[in-house]
Design a protein around this ligand. Structure first.
Ligand SMILES: C[S@@+](CC[C@H](N)C(=O)[O-])C[C@H]1O[C@@H](n2cnc3c(N)ncnc32)[C@H](O)[C@@H]1O
Length: 286
């Protein structure tokens, strides 16, 4: 059994460098205790008793995807909830109604990307709003991509199983239609309704290192509560990539503390951390 681990300043710096290189997440020195608590279970699994030993192991296995994913997954912050910012979902509903009612867009697919979806609450909230606005034979027009760097949260997101206390923020009218019946073996667990699950594709995308490959421009992007973990250089890099794949006039939603970064990139602030892309479409990766 390993006792309480301590993380020296040089080892913390090395962990920060590796995390930054792999994910863009910039760990400030005051995150030392957080890193210790998040990596301790990983060291326990490996039966290691020092961060120096673990760093040597990471250096020797830097090409091993599973080992490096385990490291990144352990450190990411995945806090999320259904309908986290209610005003944004009102703005989303307004936008979807206007796309539904415009002749110009009739029958076109509507592409929405939840770009740091964590355990999926954001993507399922989007799906609930969409399903209310589009009739049963029309909601197939909505295509939702939900992605994250963290492979463990993606597995949970894809399963769509939630504890009943996590459902508290969901408006009552969607609670019944959004979930299957309670599991008789575990009445506190609820599984997302298959109709909502079908609307979403979950995929691993690293916002920093991956190219964004979309055949068609995306209509709406949720990039919420992830840029706060990046430095300005990384925020700018990601926002430029988002700008390239978002359709002119498309919507971008970000978290409360993330608006100032977006304003530097040719977006019009509509309020409530919702932005409209301005300018023409420059280039789409195919
Ligand atoms: C705090 S959660 C936000 C979840 C959700 N968007 C929300 O607002 O409730 C931040 C998520 O960003 C993800 N993340 C961190 N770095 C990333 C990167 N480079 N690429 C993609 N996702 C990343 C984390 O794994 C985590 O799940």
């Amino acid at each position: 059994m390993i006792g309480r681990l301590t993380l020296s300043q040089p080892s913390f710096s090395r962990i920060s460098e590796l995390m930054y290189a792999r994910s863009g997440v910039a760990l400030r020195p005051q995150k030392n205790a957080m890193v210790v608590s998040r990596l301790t279970p990983v060291l326990r699994e490996l039966n290691m008793d020092s961060f120096e030993g673990y760093l040597g192991y990471l250096d020797n296995h830097w090409e091993d995807k599973d080992i490096v994913d385990r490291f990144v997954n352990a450190i990411t912050t995945n806090r999320t909830e259904f309908f986290r910012d209610k005003n944004q979902y009102r703005a989303l509903a307004k936008e979807l109604r206007s796309l539904r009612d415009s002749d110009h867009n009739a029958s076109k697919l509507i592409r929405i990307w939840s770009a740091a979806c964590s355990t999926g609450e954001e993507a399922y909230s989007i799906a609930m709003v969409g399903r209310e606005i589009f009739s049963a034979d029309e909601f197939g027009r909505l295509r939702i991509l939900a992605s994250d760097i963290d492979t463990e949260v993606l597995t949970n997101a894809s399963a769509g199983i939630f504890k009943s206390h996590q459902l508290n923020p969901i408006p009552r009218r969607w609670l019944k239609s959004g979930f299957g019946s309670p599991d008789p073996n575990d009445p506190l667990r609820r599984t997302i309704h298959p109709d909502l699950r079908k609307m979403i594709v979950f995929r691993r995308i690293n916002l920093v290192t991956d190219e964004f490959r979309f055949r068609k421009p995306v209509d709406i992007v949720f990039l919420c509560n992830v840029m706060i973990y990046f430095d300005i250089k990384t925020q700018d890099l990601i926002l430029e990539k988002i700008r390239r794949i978002l359709r002119p006039d498309g919507l971008l939603f970000v978290g409360h503390a993330e608006s100032s970064a977006v304003s530097r990139h040719g977006f019009l602030h509509l309020g409530n951390n919702a932005f409209r892309r301005t300018g023409d479409l420059e280039r789409i990766e195919v």
